[in-house]
Design a protein around this ligand. Structure first.
Ligand SMILES: Cc1cc2nc3c(=O)[nH]c(=O)nc-3n(C[C@H](O)[C@H](O)[C@H](O)COP(=O)(O)O)c2cc1C
Length: 326
């Protein structure tokens, strides 16, 4: 009999849809073992940055990179050892039976890409590319982040056999088109969305600061909207939702919108690993009260292709809900 929580994402079989997102939560094998014990369906290791790989594999890059970075970033990159990352993969694989997914934070098609072979050889079950940058210059279609994302995905796919997952931000103008092109470039799964570091302003010291690192539950709206639209328009896509998912009801909402799995981070930092079994228990209760035996039975039930009024996810609702508000 099929386990009621079983799901497939990016070609991986997961015992349940809860994936621990790339972060400090997953930066040691011991933590990963504990996350598995708590019930996580998969873990994504903290990211290695393309700059870290470039600096250690391409000495000519050293001087160039140093000129472009502030001292803090430079120091953290210098300390990081890519050998340690491979060890983290191997040790996590030794400790865990759930899928262990490596993560690279990147934005350029460059020589760092060859390193993905070592990730595969170290035993990672998949690679997640967190393709992350803000295009703040003049538009340059050829070198846009969209095009770089497609080129990176294609190159990585040529080099490895394990599944390749692409995590993107919400700052694209044609998310469905990009998701479809990423799929054609070979992405086995798409994650919507990564969450940028948030800036803040200290009005007393008159300086720019880092903002609050954790998401809030109110961030989930865009996550739901785009899961519903993308899976409604691209029924074959394998999609995981990320950002603003803080409790079991949020997970159910994402699956109803078409997600095969969710990546969670802030809520685990805030409530500890105990939130994972609590979420699974509540989901089980909800599924049985709704007479759903499997995730498949309700996945996508409320996506763009299946709800009666798909405009709920679109612009028209702005007029209905905002313009009549006094
Ligand atoms: C402390 C912290 C560290 C993070 N580190 C990484 C990282 O190394 N790589 C990455 O792709 N995302 C990283 N993220 C982003 C998370 O993976 C996730 O995309 C984001 O927090 C949104 O999910 P949430 O709303 O569940 O927190 C980090 C987030 C936090 C809060």
């Amino acid at each position: 009999m099929e386990n009621s929580f079983e799901t497939r994402f990016a070609g991986l079989s997961l015992k349940n849809p809860i994936i621990i997102a790339s972060s400090g939560l997953t930066n040691t094998a011991e933590k990963n073992k504990d996350l598995e014990k708590a019930g996580a369906g998969a873990i994504i290791l903290r990211s290695l940055y393309e700059e870290q790989i470039e600096i250690q594999t391409n000495p000519e890059q050293l001087a160039l990179s140093h000129r472009k970075m502030n001292d803090f970033i430079w120091d953290s990159l210098k300390c990081a050892q890519i050998a340690d990352y491979l060890k983290l993969i191997q040790e996590s694989k030794n400790q865990c039976r759930i899928p262990v997914i490596a993560s690279i934070n990147c934005y350029r098609e460059d020589t760092w890409i060859d390193f993905v072979r070592q990730i595969e050889m170290a035993g990672a079950d998949a690679i997640e590319l967190n393709i992350f940058a803000l295009d703040i210059g003049k538009s340059d279609a050829e070198n846009s982040l969209e095009n770089n994302s497609l080129r990176i995905t294609k190159r990585v796919k040529e080099l490895v056999r394990i599944p390749v997952i692409v995590k993107i931000s919400k700052y694209f103008s044609h998310t469905v088109d990009l998701a479809e092109k990423l799929q054609s470039a070979g992405a086995d799964g798409i994650v919507l969305f990564s969450r940028f570091y948030q800036p803040d302003i200290d009005i007393h010291k008159l300086q720019a600061n880092s903002g609050y690192v954790f998401s809030s539950q109110t961030d989930i709206g865009e996550t739901l909207r785009w899961a519903a639209i993308v899976t409604g328009k691209l029924p074959e896509i394998s999609l995981a939702s990320c950002t603003g998912i803080h409790d079991w009801e949020d997970i159910v909402k994402c699956i109803l919108c078409g997600a095969s799995a969710v990546e969670i981070c802030s809520t685990v930092y805030q409530h500890g690993n105990e939130i994972i079994p609590a979420m699974l228990r509540s989901m089980e209760e909800w599924m049985s009260s709704m007479h759903f035996d499997t995730i498949r039975e309700f996945k996508g039930k409320l996506n763009f292709a299946h709800i009666e009024d798909p405009s709920l996810y679109e612009r028209g609702q702005f007029i209905k809900y905002f313009s009549n508000r006094d």
